[in-house]
Design a binder for this molecule. Structure first.
Ligand code: NDP
Ligand code: GDR
Length: 325
């Protein structure tokens, strides 16, 4: 019998890569999707798997829909990727963010506990939980100090995952993932905003790019590599928490240099600093230590930042040229 997986947030960036990975491994893939007006399946279509997923409608804020999804999917593995995941928006919608990204995870844990406590559970935790705490490199022992309503909500979900593991013996694991990007990244996030703008400027469709704090540093990896770490965590005999990162940090400024440079452009003449994109509280530096994931899961990132950003710029050029045609 093929294994069955239920993925919340399947219409997001990671959802598309994870669905593709699991389908390649022979899983039946069930996607838990919120009802939306517009076409939210474009990433699954670009990943070539839109028709291979069984879609189950529901909402992370509705426990009954999650319990039904557990019953319908008969899932052996449950990946909770659904969230209000944009840090900037979390100051505008702190309550919704807490409900979806925080309480939503507890709803999924409850659905697992009630319907099938033998299922393995994955929580999409985040380096945003470290926030203000700067270690030489952040790892599983680094304390947390979130800096945004998003980080606060994710910390609740993270501790709920640990707590359900300890209280009920659930196989509940948490991946503390550092920023990961791809051509399927939402355009509100800084890497895709930059690669999309660089391609638009190159094609004469846009003149300038307005950004906030370009001195912020992030440990950026490729989403396609990171979903493999999620799957590996679910195959372990014991559930645990793992940092997933590259171990290299880069400023937004230097990431811009790579993107514009790939098209033979200088970023300086095009980037305009705009206070609107600064955050009320910033996470200045993120830098992770993936040693535990390497030792226990045999996982290592395969894609450099240069490869990642040039892949994204090339994809944006193709899309924009396609639109123009
Ligand atoms: P995305 O923002 O691309 O995807 C989020 C997904 O959650 C979408 O499918 C969205 O659907 C869904 N969703 C939002 N609200 C609800 C709701 N109320 N009910 C059901 N589904 C909902 O995120 P990523 O793919 O980038 O990230 C996946 C997960 O990993 C998220 O939890 C994120 O917080 C976390 N994470 C991401 C990192 C990264 O760098 N990408 C790093 C660390 C953690 P819709 O679009 O229809 O609203
Ligand atoms: P982040 O990603 O907040 O780290 O959260 P984002 O790409 O939004 O910001 C990264 C850094 O870039 C700075 N920045 C800008 N950011 C955006 N979005 N737009 C701008 O114009 C801009 N200018 C500068 C930000 O201030 C920040 O320092 C992502 C999300 O995927 C989360 O869900 C996830 O948990 C974390 O990564 C790890």
């Amino acid at each position: 019998m093929n294994k069955s997986a239920l993925i919340t947030g399947i219409t997001g960036q990671d959802g598309a890569y994870l669905a593709k990975l699991l389908l390649e491994k022979g899983y039946q893939v069930h996607g838990f999707v919120a009802r939306r007006g517009s076409d939210m399946r474009w990433r699954l279509r670009e990943a070539g798997v839109e028709q291979d997923v069984n879609y189950i409608e529901g909402d992370l804020m509705d426990l009954s829909s999650l319990a039904r999804a557990m019953e319908t999917s008969k899932a052996d593995e449950v990946y909770n990727l659904g969230a209000q995941s944009f840090v900037g928006t979390s100051w505008q919608q702190p309550v919704l963010t807490a409900q979806v990204s925080g309480v939503g995870a507890i709803n999924v844990l409850e659905a697992v506990r009630i319907v099938n406590p033998a299922a393995h559970f994955y929580q999409a935790s985040t380096s945003e939980m470290f926030g203000l705490i700067q270690a030489e490199k952040q790892d599983e022992t680094t304390p947390f100090y979130p800096r945004s309503p998003y980080g606060v909500a994710k910390l609740m979900a993270h501790w709920a995952t640990v707590n359900y593991r300890e209280s009920f013996g659930l196989h509940a694991s948490s991946g503390i993932l550092f920023n990961h990007e791809s051509p399927l990244r939402g355009v509100e996030f800084v890497t895709r905003k930059v690669t999309h703008a660089a391609a638009s400027i190159k094609l004469g469709l846009q003149k300038e790019l307005r950004l906030g704090n370009i001195d912020a540093k992030r440990d950026w990896g490729f989403a396609g590599d990171y979903v493999e770490a999620m799957w590996l965590m679910m195959q372990q005999p014991q559930a645990d928490d793992y940092v997933v990162a590259t171990g290299i940090t880069t400023t937004v400024r230097d990431m811009c240099k790579i993107a514009f440079g790939h098209l033979g452009l200088g970023y300086e003449g095009h980037v305009v600093i705009d206070q609107k994109f600064f955050r009320p509280a910033e996470v200045d530096v993120l830098l992770g230590n993936p040693a535990k994931a390497k030792a226990k899961l045999g996982w290592a990132p395969k894609t450099s930042l240069e490869q990642l950003i040039t892949m994204m710029v090339d994809a944006d050029m193709r899309r924009l040229q396609g639109q123009a045609a």
